[in-house]
Write a protein that binds this ligand. Structure first.
Ligand code: NAD
Ligand code: GLY
Length: 386
């Protein structure tokens, strides 16, 4: 079956690329890579981790080799804690040792951790070489592989070192979701609910209905059914199309923008999420799980500020809760969490910007100055400690 395609345009810039979405696309990954990279690309550094490479790596490597690429493989540690300077140094040294040239390319095969690190390394090596994304988690398929945000975590916060650097193509093989653990599906669906919450009622409802029909606990088994595969592909196309529309008109998340189409709206739930991840040393939450809590906190703040109705927030909370259980947060110290908000990238000038909701699909951006610390703390208490 032919892949479905979403075009990623960048506000009039000539760099345009496609996200191909479909089944059994990995065996033809080499031909796809050749079409994205052109005839001059000779070497490919295939970046993954042991787990993902063990599942899909050989298939991708063979396909790339069959299309005439010389493939070298670098496997990073598995986990958020490896998205750091040490891994970046190692990967750049690897590129250098393998003598990658400007016409060569990087292929990221894995989740958001692999994609963010590989993309960042591609963006700085020789001042930038081409890279392709083959996302294998739900989160990476609908969010991190599309739109060109790359980066690493540091001692002072998450994703604070990075670049806007667009890939030359993205290949989403829906079949790879069949091996993903339930907890990772839950994390991915939290990001899907986030995109629905800020994207519009249609995307929100499609995501909510999908979760009713195919709860994350059942999805892997049901991905063998034609109906489920079709609905999953449809949801992926809707989610990616929404992201494409935002990125098209605000590729670099311009700091001055506070309108409802600013790329900042994609950070809905992320102020609390990043602080939760940092306070637990990136080892306790999956990123998407932390986003799940972040959505609930942002909803609670919106409700307490009376900018969004209780009904809409209940609807939002219902869909977040339908995704699945999130890790316990009773032991998180709220004052310590609040102190971490100052490191957030959404701080513009002296004030943190909060992405909140006026309704489902109607995001609004407010500065921290307009929100009393006590109200934020009460909202954290309500969501994380009750
Ligand atoms: P991840 O990359 O850590 O992957 C989750 C786990 O699933 C890992 O253990 C991985 O080895 C495993 N895995 C991956 N694919 C698999 C498969 N098909 N079958 C079985 N196991 C598989 O986590 P993630 O949720 O994909 O990504 C989270 C990261 O993405 C965070 O670092 C976050 O900051 C980043 N992110 C970036 C953006 C962006 O725009 N660049 C957006 C959202 C999130
Ligand atoms: N994941 C948020 C963004 O791409 O802007």
């Amino acid at each position: 079956m032919d892949a479905r395609k979403v075009l990623i345009e960048l506000g009039g810039r000539p760099h345009v690329y496609q996200v191909n979405i479909g089944r059994e696309l990995l065996p033809a990954g080499g031909a796809w890579a050749r079409s994205c990279l052109g005839a001059d690309a000779g070497k490919i550094a295939l970046i993954s981790n042991r787990k993902v490479f063990g599942l899909y790596g050989e298939e991708v490597r063979e396909s790339l080799a069959a299309s005439g690429f010389e493939v070298c493989v670098w496997l990073m540690g598995d986990g958020e804690e490896y998205k750091n300077f040490e891994s970046l140094t190692e990967i750049l040294n690897f590129f250098g040792r393998r003598n990658l040239r400007r016409t060569d390319a990087v292929v990221a095969l894995g989740g958001g951790v692999v994609g963010d690190l590989a993309g960042f390394a591609a963006s700085v090596y020789l001042r930038g070489i081409s890279y392709l994304q083959i996302p294998t988690t739900l989160l990476a398929m609908i969010d991190s592989s599309v739109g060109g945000k790359t980066g690493i975590n540091t001692d002072f916060g998450k994703n604070l070192i990075g670049s806007f650097y667009q890939p030359n193509g993205v290949l989403v093989d829906v079949g790879t979701l069949q091996t993903l653990e339930k907890r990772e599906l839950v994390a991915g669906f939290c990001e899907a609910v986030k995109q629905g919450a800020v994207g519009g009622r249609e995307l929100f409802d499609e995501t909510g209905e999908f979760l009713q029909n195919y709860p994350p606990g059942q999805l892997r088994k049901r991905l063998g059914d034609e109906d489920c595969l079709q609905s999953t592909e449809n949801l992926l196309v809707s989610q990616i199309s929404f992201k494409a529309a935002i990125v098209k008109q605000d590729e670099r998340e311009e700091t001055v923008r506070i309108d409802a189409k600013s790329r900042k709206i994609l950070n809905f739930g992320h102020t609390t999420a990043h602080a939760l991840e940092k306070i637990t040393d990136y080892r306790y939450f999956k990123h998407g799980e932390a986003v799940g809590y972040g959505i609930l906190v942002a909803g609670e703040i919106s409700k307490k500020l009376e900018i969004c109705s209780q009904d809409s927030i209940e609807l939002l909370n219902g869909v977040v809760r339908s995704v699945g259980n999130l890790p316990d947060t009773k032991n998180i110290r709220l004052d310590d969490l609040l102190d971490l908000f100052i490191y957030d990238k959404k701080t513009i000038g002296k004030s943190l910007q909060w992405i909140l909701l006026e309704d489902i699909g109607k995001p609004t951006i407010l500065t921290g100055r307009d929100i009393p610390r006590s109200l934020i703390k009460e909202s954290l208490l309500e969501v994380l400690h009750k």
